[in-house]
Design a protein around this ligand. Sequence first.
Ligand SMILES: [Zn+2]
Length: 657
Amino acid sequence: MMTPYQNQNTVFITQEETDRIRKTVQQRVTRCGELHGYAREPRDPTAAVKEATGASLMADMGGALDSEMTEHVYGQKEALPVLAVGMPYPPCTAPAQQLQPMTIANLQMDIHHRGRRLAVKRVSPVVSLAARSWTMVQDAAGEDVERLEICLHKSRYGKEVLESKSHFIVKEPYFTLTEQGEPTIRIDHPSDIVPYSDAEVQIDRTQDAIAGGKAADECKARGNAALRKKDLIAAYTEYTDGLKLATQMDVAETYPYLPQDLSRNRAYVNLLLDRLDEARTDAVASLIPAQDPKSKILNSKAYFRAGCAAYNLGEYREAKRYFENQRELCSDDKDAIILLRKVHMRLQEEETGIYDLRRIRAGLTPAHPGADVANFTGPTEVKNSPGRGRGLFATRDIPVGQVVTGEKAFCVLWGHQREALTALTYDIRDDRIRVTPVGLAKSIVQKLLSNPSQMEMVLGLYGDYKGGSTTIPDTVDGPVVDVFEVLDIISRNAFGLGHQYGGETTDNASTGLWIRSAYINHSCVPNTVKECIGDLLVFRSTHRISAGEEIFHAYDDSADYDARSSNLMATWGFECGCALCEAEKADGPVIRTKRKGLMDEANAFMEKERPFGAKRLMVAKAKKIGKAIEETYDGERYKGLPKVAGLKIQSWLAGVR
Ligand SMILES: [Zn+2]
């Protein structure tokens, strides 16, 4: 577990607002329960399309916030979307072809139509709101029109899913009510909707090899044209269709190396789309078993692409092999030489944990906010920590001031980036309203859908809900990610990066997820301190740590016991049982209140007075406050423990000249 970003941002929600959100969500849940199993009421198709068209116009003009009734206005008069969470259901894990077709007319209220699929066509513009998009769809089979809504995960590669194609297959449709009480087909898991277009290339199995080869070659040409126009999705689709055709039939005689060409080109598109798993596989698959000069150049390209994919996945040893192969084929290749130098630096960082922080800082800009660094897992291991789940432990003695771990964020969203989005989530399980970085949840889901090899690592983190995320590499529909599971993991493990690039407001705080650092448990008397450089998170030892000792970090370093313990409980759901908390608890409320009062007095004093050049009278006053704080501590009880309330005033006194 890890410091979430909530600490750094305060959102003021009035009791009235809180009550309104609770009531809205609870009313919907009750209504769904009452209508459970009821047959769907038919809609008037003309009125439905008209309604969506009007709402879409409003949304385009920025006036649609009000129609999303649960949008919430806070502090600075900016709207935060509100999402109800805590009613998870698993995504569909069957391929679409294995599901039984159904129609809109057969939909029943509050039912997940398991084992079924619904084919629909979009018949209205898309209404695009901050945290959801909806449109009207028509049955492929009949006249019926119904509302279709995608919650949160409404876009892919920066494009609205509902706008990307004209036809959709909804897997295991969920028919329910919106927060406003309107019936809708609702999609939460992005893998539950499969978009396709009318003109999708139909692969004709009866085609002969020559016709198949020609069609595949045309796909390649169209893909290249799309790539020149920077339409990555179209290029990807063309290359994929071409590959299907070319591999289905033996085209080698008429179109030698066509599958390799298609794979090599798709590897490039995949790199641009950040689909690294497939970029690597494609690049390797595109290698030509020939030695002529042209093949050598093409193979060196393929190695370069495989190397870049491996590098971006953090597989530096593998990247090194590919770049070396590239250099072997073209000895004067500048790209290979530059990248081999970078790989060498990454391997050094990975091994030593020595980061050139000056170089890293110099390379950070708002346009490139991420650090190009390797992770250093250091002398640490993940083990069970009694009473705390899992934790990170030292595998050898660590002197004070050393880098214990260094880690680049698995995924990060900066406040100044367009995708940054914060929402108020109302969790029906614990009746709590939280400020949640839902934009980060979206990005992580996208990253996992594009790179299923990373799934296990992320889903291994602690979350309250264990869903049904799996990789199903063999289905034509692609991998499946349980969005509820990811959201729960984020609410426990994500945390803020502070204001490094500006442009942050409460509704777009910079947040990230670090996998290994997330295992570091909390202690009020920690042995490490964290530092954020771009998205590189470094934990440094503040004490000597012995082999076998657990690594700790303070999620909340408030010197006031009551503030600290209530925040730990509210945000992370635990009561700290460290020696310091035990002692402060034993002090009782009278002493703690007195100490808090003195701390406030010290803070007020330090705000006014600077230690440098302070008058003697002021120094005497500071000493008096310091002594009074000291006197609230029982010497026996605090043996070996820091007297945290007095630390600030003591350091003020140390600064007196
Ligand atoms: Zn504690």
